[in-house]
Write a protein that binds this ligand. Sequence first.
Ligand code: PPE
Length: 306
Amino acid sequence: MPIESVEKIWMDGELVDWADAQVHVLTHALHYGSGVFEGIRAYPTDEGPAIFRLREHVKRLFDSARIYLIDIPYTPEQIFDAIVDTVRVNGVESCYIRPLVYLGYGEMGLNPLPCPVNVSIAVWPWGSYLGDEGLRHGVRMKVSSWKRHDPNILPPAAKGTGMYMNSSLAKVEAIKAGYDEAIMLSPQGFVSECTGENIFVVRDGRIITPPVTAGALEGITQDSVHRIADDLGVPYEVENLLRSDLYTADEAFVTGTAAEVVPIRSVDDRELGEPGPITRKIQETYFAAVHGRDDRYREWLTHVRA
Ligand code: PPE
C-alpha cells in the first residue's frame, strides 16, 4: 500500500512540504545504511491525539545513535518537541511517526565520522501492520532460514537502518512461502524475535519472551506488555525459547509499535488456533491504554493538543 501523504515533514529543524522532503543520491545512509530510527504511534483519545510512550522512544533513538557514535545535533527535549509539533501541524488524529537520524551528503567511504548528521521526522496514517484479519484471528508464522544478528556482528539494541536488510530477507522468504511473517533464531539457535516485532509464548498461564542476549530488540511494546501482565497478575518471564517451544505453546503473540499486539495462529504449520484468553486480555488492555481508556497507563500518553 502506498504511503498516505500528509502536509509537512520536519527536516533539520524546519517543517517542509511533504513533496520537498528530498535528499541527494550521495547521502551516506543510502549507500551504507548508516542511520538510526524510531517507530512511534499516536492514537485518538477523548482529549485529542496522544503519542504513546514518546519519552521512551526518544531515549532509545539517542541510545541507538550513541551506539553508532552518531552525534545528534539536537537535545532529546528538542526532538521530543519536534515530534509533538509534527503531529500537531499535520492535524492527524492517529498516525505512525518515523524519526530518522541519518548520515548525509558530504563524504563517502566507510569511515562515517566526518559525515554531517541529518534528522527528519515524518508522520502518516498507517493501519494494522500485519492486517486486520491478523489482529483479530492471528498470523501464520514461519521460522526463517535467515538468522538474527549476533550482538557482536550488529548490536540489536540499536535500531540501525542497515540491519533491517536482515529483516527484509526473512520477511520476503516468509511471504514467498505463503506465510504472514518470519520468526528469526539467534546464531545459537534460540528464538530471537520477528522481522519487526518481539515474540511471546504463553505456557501454563505464564508469559515467556526471549532475552536480549538472543538478539531481540528491547521493545517498548514488550515493556508495556510486561507492565500490563503484572497488573493483570499474569506471571511474566524472560527465558530462552527453542523452536519446539513455539510449536507446543498454549498461546503465542507478537508485539511492536507498528504491529501492536498480534496473536499467532500457527508456526511452521503447527496450529495454535484462535487467540487464547491471555493474548486477548493483553491485547484488549493494550488498546485501552493507547486510546487513553485506562487510567493506570495515563503517564504513557503525550497529548498533542496541550
Ligand atoms: N524488534 C524489531 C526488530 C523491531 O524492528 C521492532 C519495532 C520491535 C522488535 C518492537 O519494538 P517496539 O516498537 O519498541 O515495541 N519495529 C518498528 C519498525 C517496523 C517497520 O516495519 O518499520 C516498529 O514497530 O515501529
